[in-house]
Design a protein around this ligand. Structure first.
Ligand code: C2E
Ligand code: MG
Ligand code: MG
Length: 506
């Protein structure tokens, strides 16, 4: 019995299925012969292959587009990791990479890179006075000006805060200095913020790389030169020199010494009388700190207060000043001839105002000494009172609640208006020395001070004038209705024993 002859389509069917199963989705089995079940199965398999192929293709397209998106995201992430979000400049990481590359080039015999590190001189003041929005604008304008000032191949970076850097590849001292000068000029232009025009100079440190320099060394040395430039207190460029490293180490030493000085009572308070202008009666004192340095002699506040502020030491220093001033006041209160409402003025700095400990410290010291809160006048500089941050407002309000009086020091040196001051919980305004200087000789100045005094009084605040050096200035101020004053004319800041003598003499 002959087996039934096999349908040749079955063989094609099996082969086709095997190929499809192997992944060849373009395989189609020819539909030939009678339209029977075999033909139906073949058509079914072909349809399945169609579907499979479509699904597979779609999948591939999807994978491809996802991969492209991932690649894009990765590029964006990398860009972000190397970019400062506020200014879109390179960040520190990007700068370091560029420096690394250029130092390697220099090793191969190319010209070395030069690094300029700079920091804006009055940025902190602007941020504090005009707010962070204004600060951001200043940083963005600075970034744009830097980019416009340098060449395409140079790297402009923001290192953080108000610190910027420019890397000039294949440079030399003369070229780098030229660029630095151009930057000084560009950043010396004024910036308009609302209706306030500000000028924010810059201090630049310059270092051209030398053979063997690492990135860290180069950055540190440019930075050191910048600190030296900053110390000159005007817009300027300093080129790195090894002696500067020594100065910087000294500063480091000074930080340690200052901490020690507070613990070991090397700080001393000097007191300057504040007088009632009409009568000349001493109505109070301002406590001014000095540092009796074992080797360097008596140091003035401008020689160590900025350092104390930068390093946070000011918190402990301020606490010491407060305690010591209140202890002294307690002692003097009982001297015969000292007026009933004799007050003590203590200066505090921004950092202290922003530390939430301040109110606690004041409350504690007042409680311990038993001094009436109204006899303590806390002096804040104009810019500080104006930072407008919630912490500041909280501190100021808290101090006012304790019954302490608040005074704006150095009024007339910042950007504030008296109407703004009125919105702060402030009782007294101290008119800065720079406004008093011209009194007695300059008619315009007299009219100006008269107007300032009127405004202060109209706002319900008291006025004190500082820096009175001549009898004419004192007389003029009295005529203008200013009741209190302070200055060398009445008495310089003196040690406590001398001040006590002044008090005894009345
Ligand atoms: P300030 O609070 O405005 O103090 C007035 C400064 O002007 C004092 O300088 C004082 O000696 C000086 N002065 C007073 N009368 C006259 C005058 O008639 N003519 C001139 N040309 N100057 C006069 P000093 O003691 O060097 O203090 C400088 C600044 O240091 C102070 O300015 C204050 O802002 C800060 N300071 C002083 N002690 C402390 C402190 O304990 N804590 C804080 N945070 N800052 C302090
Ligand atoms: Mg003061
Ligand atoms: Mg002052």
């Amino acid at each position: 019995m002959n087996p039934e002859p096999q349908d040749p389509r079955l063989l094609a069917l099996v082969e086709g299925v095997v190929r499809i199963a192997d992944g060849d989705l373009s395989t189609r089995i020819p539909v030939t012969g009678p339209r029977d079940e075999v033909a139906a199965v073949i058509t079914g398999i072909n349809l399945m292959a169609d579907d499979l192929q479509a699904i597979y293709q779609e999948l591939e397209e999807r994978v491809e587009s996802r991969t492209a998106m991932l690649r894009q995201a990765q590029i964006e992430l990398e860009r972000m990791a190397l970019t400062d979000p506020l200014t879109q400049l390179a960040n520190r990481t990007a700068l370091n990479r560029a420096l690394d590359h250029e130092l390697a080039e220099a090793e191969r015999g190319e010209l070395p890179p030069a690094l300029l590190v700079m920091d804006l001189n009055s940025f902190k003041g602007i941020n504090d006075t005009l707010g962070h929005g204004a600060g951001d604008t200043v940083l963005q304008v600075t970034a744009r000006r830097l980019v416009e000032t340098v060449r395409d191949g140079d790297t402009v970076a923001r290192l953080g805060g108000d610190e910027f850097a420019v890397m000039l590849p294949k440079s030399n001292a003369a070229h780098a200095r030229g660029v630095a000068k151009r930057i000084l000029r560009a950043l010396g232009e004024s910036i308009d913020i609302g209706d306030v025009r500000i000028v924010c100079g810059t201090s630049i440190g310059l270092r051209v790389a030398e053979p063997g320099h690492t990135v860290d060394e180069l950055v540190m040395e440019a930075d050191t030169a910048m600190y030296a430039a900053k110390a000159e207190q005007r817009s300027t460029v300093r080129v790195f020199e090894p002696a500067l490293l020594y100065a910087r180490r000294l500063q480091g030493l000074m930080i340690t010494e200052l901490r020690e000085a507070i613990r070991t009572n090397q700080l001393v308070l000097y007191f300057q009388p504040v007088v009632e202008l009409q009568s000349g009666r001493i109505e109070g004192a301002e406590a001014l700190v000095r540092w009796n340095h074992p080797e360097r002699g008596l140091l003035m506040p401008d020689q160590f207060i900025p350092l104390a502020e930068d390093t946070g030491i000011i918190i402990d220093l301020g606490y010491w000043v407060l305690k010591e001033a209140m202890r002294q006041l307690r002692e003097w209160e009982d001297l015969p001839g000292v007026c009933e409402d004799f007050s003590m003025r203590v200066n505090i700095s921004t950092t202290e105002l922003q530390s939430l400990e301040l109110i606690e410290h004041v409350r504690e010291v007042l409680a311990e000494t038993g001094i009436a809160a109204s006899k303590l006048i806390i002096e804040l500089t104009e810019s500080m009172a104006l930072s407008g941050s919630d912490v500041d407002k909280y501190s100021l309000t808290g101090l006012r609640r304790l019954g302490v009086r608040l005074e704006i020091d150095d009024f007339g040196t910042g950007y504030s208006s008296i109407s703004y001051l009125r919105s702060l919980p402030v009782n007294v305004v101290k008119i800065d020395r720079s406004l008093i200087e011209g009194l007695g000789s300059d008619e315009g100045e007299r009219v100006f001070v008269a107007a300032v005094l009127q405004l202060i009084h109209a706002c319900g605040m008291e006025a004190v004038a500082e820096g009175i050096e001549t009898a004419e200035q004192a007389a003029e101020l009295t005529r203008l209705g200013c009741t209190s004053g302070q200055g060398y004319y009445f008495g310089r800041p003196v040690p406590p024993e001398e001040f006590a003598q002044l008090l005894r003499r009345g």
